[in-house]
Write a protein that binds this ligand. Structure first.
Ligand code: NDP
Length: 238
């Protein structure tokens, strides 16, 4: 790939948390960045687009807006995600479906729309934000963990479909990162996680963003179908 900056980058859920850190990382590297999220908010310097990833037409419109502003999208980060945690016996069909719709089907909408332009360009980087729990498992997260391991199968299948056209597809699997998503956890729960993490601390959104930027960089051109953990060692061996 040409891999010259500025590239046109689209991040879903770039309004806050890990997504916002990813947007900022690409901006700092000189790229043109669009964030597609429910609110349409985005860090300063990025194009904010209101988008619901569960709706294919909304995703299509978000790509069209990014393409109009920044040119063909070369780097896509499927980051938008939600949790609806509860133990399996209490998990409703609605809790399961909502998480699958955003985390897995949303990523499918994004990857499908992105691959159209990338095939034309004959280059591209698809990066999915998975989770340590996708392979490690997590009580109370049957829905969420299933979607995150699903992203591994998605990225690996995309690698096999599109790898010959200069397109890579990888998963970044964060551990516990300090964002709104983990701010709802109780003190005791956080202390338990901290004790289980070899690094002894939660991670920062910027630490996930650097891994994403690496996978989008020229240096990572031969890495595809990989799961890159950013978890302080929590998921080692999984
Ligand atoms: P946040 O809850 O802080 O942010 C989630 C982002 O997703 C928001 O920008 C939100 O948009 C957007 N979003 C949610 N639903 C939709 C939707 N239907 N359509 C478009 N955008 C949507 O999450 P985090 O930053 O913590 O997590 C980001 C990703 O990282 C997720 O995929 C999560 O599963 C994953 N992850 C997080 C970990 C953590 O410890 N925090 C650990 C492992 C993985 P808006 O702001 O506009 O509402």
């Amino acid at each position: 790939m040409s891999e010259q900056t500025p590239r046109s980058v689209l991040v879903t859920g770039g309004a806050r948390g890990i997504g916002a850190a990813i947007v900022e990382e690409f901006l700092a590297r000189g790229d043109k960045v669009a964030s597609a999220s429910t609110s349409g908010r985005a860090p300063g310097g990025a194009l904010g687009i209101a988008c619901d990833v569960t709706d294919a037409a909304s995703v299509d419109a978000a790509f069209a807006a990014a393409e109009e502003a920044h040119g063909p999208v070369e780097v896509v980060v499927a980051n938008a995600g939600i949790t609806k945690d509860t133990l399996v016996l209490r998990m409703s069909e609605a809790d399961f479906d909502a998480v699958v719709d955003v985390n897995l089907k949303g990523a499918f909408h994004v990857a499908k729309r992105a691959s159209r332009g990338m095939l034309r360009l004959r280059r591209g980087r698809l990066i999915f934000i998975g989770s340590v729990v996708g392979l490690y498992g997590s009580p109370g997260q049957v829905n969420y963990a299933a979607t995150k391991s699903g992203l591994v199968g998605m990225a690996r299948s995309l690698t096999r479909e599109l790898g010959g056209r200069g397109i890579t597809a990888n998963v970044v699997a964060p551990g516990f990162i300090e964002t709104d998503m983990t701010a709802v956890l109780g003190e005791e729960q956080v202390a338990g996680y901290r004790a289980a993490i070899p690094s002894g601390r939660l991670g920062l959104p910027a630490e996930v963003a650097s891994a994403v930027a690496f996978l989008a960089s020229p240096e990572a051109g031969y890495i595809s179908g990989a799961v890159l953990p950013v978890d302080g060692g929590l998921g080692m061996g999984h």
